[in-house]
Design a protein around this ligand. Structure first.
Ligand code: NBP
Length: 486
């Protein structure tokens, strides 16, 4: 009997995806560079389904039905290239290599091109949901040729999470080459912002309203019953109520306040700069982690040395329900901006890289299985379905009216935090982004004037076509049409 799919790389993610595939009725061939992981998996879970044990890549290839499907789940980066290099010569035309790791999308574009030249298909798949997701149903974001998706799509859809709203699998073909890994990367960028806005809400509730973690756990739990309903809000309440066994203090008080990162948030910001899309909230959330952890000596010194210059010195009473509701609304508004920015970036990338995914499909894949899964995604999906695609998510009718309700709270919270010296980088930068979008005249006009002054970069006029320049160094400082100068 031949296997329908092979998995190479049986660390936690590969092993759990292999078990998920087997549980769904597929015969799965198993391979790992060091055979110990293969045997450990078979020993612990071999009875869960049909597995074929292999020791070498040649055995793995020989155990598979044609065209072969091989899921590579090794460490992202060089190991993926190493595995492809060993695997490709063993494969036949139309066989499919699937990379389910957190690969950087330019690598996926390159690998797809190189393998296409050899007649092989390469499917770059973003997988979100961590270990549990991989085992019970992750969100899956596949890129690659449409033809290869015909072969691997049904399997991926079967093991994917199913959306609570309509039972649809959180897996659909997105577009060619790096599209899947790109969408996964932006998912992670939004995840950074989503986590940071929750952190800012916590800090404000604690520092302004004096609400203890255990009480905040209850607040977050009640927020989870509102339109904020999401996985991240739910786990936040659990983290906040956790008590440290050693000290009896809230766990959050004994955790070092330096946030780690594995790089996908930074990739998102870099890609946004290349595309020219302002994902300010996402960028601030990446930099907020950096500020917490990169220069701790400066932080220590600043705590002692730098003046505070506060313009308010007291917070609000503990039981002020109105303030708590303000914070909830500020959090929700900032979260909406993070999604709007992420989707804006996805649209710009589609335009520039020639990808064809639709944003309602992207939102539909994030409804379950992944870290940013949230009730909100159903509404975002709706906003982008049908004929009238909004030019920015915030301009969709539902969100427009929502903003009206959220804005006064959002402004009050940012003002209060600022007056008290509590950093709210994503709350405040998202609000500035929002105000920047709706502002009738931006100081960009003055910047164009400055650029024209020192670099003759020219400017456009509001009342005429063409590019203009002022002869700044001449006495009469007359304006000329740039076309007449060159
Ligand atoms: P790791 O990222 O820890 O990678 C370990 C695996 O890579 C082992 O099977 C190891 O084989 C293999 N490997 C390495 Br390292 N170098 C190799 C090489 N040169 N040739 C062949 N195999 C090599 O595993 P993971 O945490 O399961 O993650 C797998 C992928 O999924 C990564 O891209 C990760 O970013 C992504 N991901 C992880 C999560 C998560 O929650 N962990 C979530 C979503 C996505 P060995 O056993 O012989 O050393």
């Amino acid at each position: 009997k031949k296997a329908q799919i092979g998995v190479t790389g049986l660390a936690v993610m590969g092993a759990n995806l292999a078990r998920n595939l087997a549980r769904n009725g597929y015969t799965v061939a198993l391979h790992n560079r060091s055979v110990e992981k293969t045997d450990a998996l078979l020993e612990a879970h071999g009875s869960e389904g049909d597995f074929i044990r292999t020791e070498t890549l040649q055995e793995l290839v020989d155990s598979l039905e044609s065209p072969r499907r091989i899921l590579v789940m090794v460490k992202a980066g060089q190991p993926v290239d190493a595995v492809i290099e060993q695997l490709a010569p063993l494969l036949d035309k139309d066989d499919i290599i699937i990379d389910g790791g957190n690969s950087h999308f330019p690598d996926t574009i390159r690998r797809e091109r190189e393998l296409a030249e050899k007649g092989l298909h390469f499917v770059g798949v973003g997988v979100s949901g961590g270990e549990e997701g991989a085992l019970w149903g992750p969100a899956i974001m596949p890129g690659g040729s449409a033809k290869s998706y015909e072969s691997v799509g049904p399997m991926l859809e079967k093991i994917a999470a199913k959306a609570p709203q309509d039972g649809a699998p959180c897996c659909a073909w997105l577009s060619t080459d790096g599209a899947g890994h790109f969408v996964k990367m932006v998912h992670n960028g939004i995840e950074y912002a989503d986590m940071q806005v929750i952190g800012e809400a916590y800090d404000i509730l604690r520092s302004v309203a004096g609400i203890k973690p255990a009480d905040q756990a209850k607040i977050f739990r009640s927020w989870n019953e509102t339109e904020l309903n999401s996985y991240l809000i739910e786990i936040t309440s659990q983290v906040l109520e956790q008590v440290d066994a050693q000290t009896g203090k809230p766990l959050v008080d004994v955790i070092v306040d330096q946030a780690g990162q594995k790089g996908t948030g930074g990739w998102t910001v870099q890609a946004a700069i290349d595309l020219g899309t302002p994902i300010t909230g996402i960028a601030e959330s990446v930099f907020a982690r950096g500020l917490s952890s990169s220069n701790t000596a400066a932080r220590e010194e600043a705590q002692k040395e730098l003046p505070a210059g506060l313009i308010a010195t007291t917070g609000v009473a503990n039981a002020d329900e109105e303030f708590v509701e303000d914070v909830r609304k500020a959090l929700f508004a900032s979260k909406l901006v993070a999604y709007a920015q992420g989707l804006d970036m996805l649209q710009e990338a589609a335009d520039q890289y020639g990808w064809t995914y639709k944003l309602d499909v992207v939102a539909s894949l994030w409804r379950a299985g992944c870290i940013i899964r949230a009730e909100l995604l159903g509404e975002i999906m709706e906003a982008y379905s049908g004929e009238n695609i909004p030019s920015n998510m915030l301009l969709a009718p539902g969100f427009k009216s929502l903003m009206e309700d959220l804005l006064p709270s959002w402004r009050r919270v940012v003002a209060k935090a600022t007056a008290l010296g509590i950093p709210v980088p994503v709350f405040s930068s998202s609000l500035s982004y929002y105000d920047g979008l709706r502002r009738d005249r931006l100081p960009a006009a003055l910047i164009q004037g400055q650029r024209d002054y020192f670099g003759a970069h020219t400017y456009k006029r509001i009342d005429a076509e063409g590019d203009y320049h002022v002869m700044w160094t001449e006495d009469d400082r007359r304006e000329v049409n740039a076309a007449d100068v060159h």
